[in-house]
Design a protein around this ligand. Structure first.
Ligand code: PHE
Length: 369
């Protein structure tokens, strides 16, 4: 700010010239009138009535005038600022009124409209994918078989050639039904349906058995004490491991598309001999992520392979336990993980999502999967 100066010519303080003040006022009023919304008006207020506006800056210069000229200049500035603030007030009122009218129209709720108060449910994607997995085999002529979830130990273990001291029988893995002498367990796999099917159906037997299974696992991202398997069983004359392999190939093609390799790794199950774990090539990276320098694959963890389950040639002891002539008939069986298939095929990363039963998880999957 300039210091008071008796010999100062007020005409030299440019900001205080009447025509400058008039122009600043007119600019302000024009900007205020042009503001088409409250946000724009706020900007106009800052620019033309704020601390750094031309009129505010001119006001500061008053002190630089000779005392005789100050009153006149002060009056002129006061009049200009008054006009600006009057215009602001008026435009503010107009714009608020406009906004209120608009909100009333835009946000109107017709409380008389009928509303469906029953929230929509959804099929669980595990159910849908389990049906789809079974359908691949139904299309090849398999029938769908079922068995009880509370199962006799004999079907779950003995008939499947588990010796009495097999570790899977211990409390660690199996839920036993009280009291112990009931001989009942929550089935630990769908394989008991193999024996039930052989006992109740005429040969040859081609069945798949989707269903719920139970093991004493803690719930975490990849385990659940309740899970699902798809069992497959084919018993006929002259079946070989090549037929098993072909059926798994057809499953992989049916679920994940053509051209994916299947591999079998030697394994052990009491009820199959020989036994294998079966993997499919990762349908996302198609095995490419194992190459050095290749981008990592989230689906297979850059393994290139996805584990599907266990399989093998049905142990003749199982056939004998089910009253089948093991000299004449042979066949194979498999057990595929349903949760695993959903996780891989649909990128579900956490088992919790599958078991919590929140309809918001299930709805987006729709009726077809
Ligand atoms: N029942 C086995 C499991 O739960 C899987 C399996 C089924 C293996 C049929 C071989 C044949 O791990």
């Amino acid at each position: 700010m300039s210091a008071p100066n008796k010999s100062y010519d007020p005409v030299e303080v440019t900001a205080l010239r009447p025509e400058e003040l008039d122009r600043a006022r007119d600019d302000a009023i024009a900007a205020i009138a042009a503001a088409s919304g409250l946000a724009e008006l706020k900007e106009a207020r800052i620019a033309h009535a704020g601390d750094r506006s031309p009129l505010a800056l001119a006001n500061r210069e008053i002190g630089a005038l000779p005392p005789a000229a100050r009153a006149e200049a002060g009056k002129r500035i006061g009049a200009a600022r008054g006009a600006v603030s009057q215009a602001l007030k008026q435009r503010q009122a107009e714009l608020e009124e406009e906004r209120d009218q608009r909100v009333l129209v835009e946000e109107a709720v017709d409380v008389t409209l009928p509303w469906d108060r029953t929230p929509r449910g959804a099929r669980h994607p595990l159910t849908t994918i389990q049906e789809r997995m079974a359908d691949v085999f139904v299309s090849m002529g398999f029938e769908v078989a079922e068995g009880p979830e509370v199962e006799a130990e004999w079907f779950n273990f003995d008939a499947l050639n588990f010796k009495p001291d097999h570790p899977a029988r211990t409390m660690q893995d199996t839920f036993f039904v009280e009291s112990e002498d009931t001989g009942l367990v929550l089935r630990t796999h769908t394989s008991p349906v193999q024996v039930r099917s052989l006992l109740t159906r005429p040969l040859p037997v081609y069945v798949v058995a989707p269903g719920r299974t139970f093991r004493t696992d803690e719930l975490d991202a990849t385990h659940s004490p309740v899970f699902h398997q798809l069992e497959g069983l084919a018993i006929d004359e002259g079946l070989t491991m090549a037929d098993l392999r072909g059926a798994i190939d057809a499953f992989v093609t049916g679920m994940f598309g053509a051209g994916l390799a299947v591999r079998m790794r030697p394994s052990y199950f009491p009820f199959t001999e020989p036994s294998a774990e079966v993997d499919m090539q990762c349908f996302v990276c198609r095995g490419a992520s194992v190459e050095r320098g290749a981008p990592p694959c989230r689906t297979c963890g850059s393994e290139g392979w996805i584990e599907l389950g266990g399989c093998g040639m049905v142990n003749p002891r199982v056939l004998v336990a089910a009253g089948v002539d093991a000299e004449r008939y042979s066949g194979w069986a498999f057990g595929l993980g349903v949760e695993r298939t959903l996780m891989f095929r649909h990128g579900v990363e956490d088992m919790h999502d599958m078991v919590e039963g929140d309809v918001r998880f299930a709805l987006p999957f729709g009726m077809e999967i």
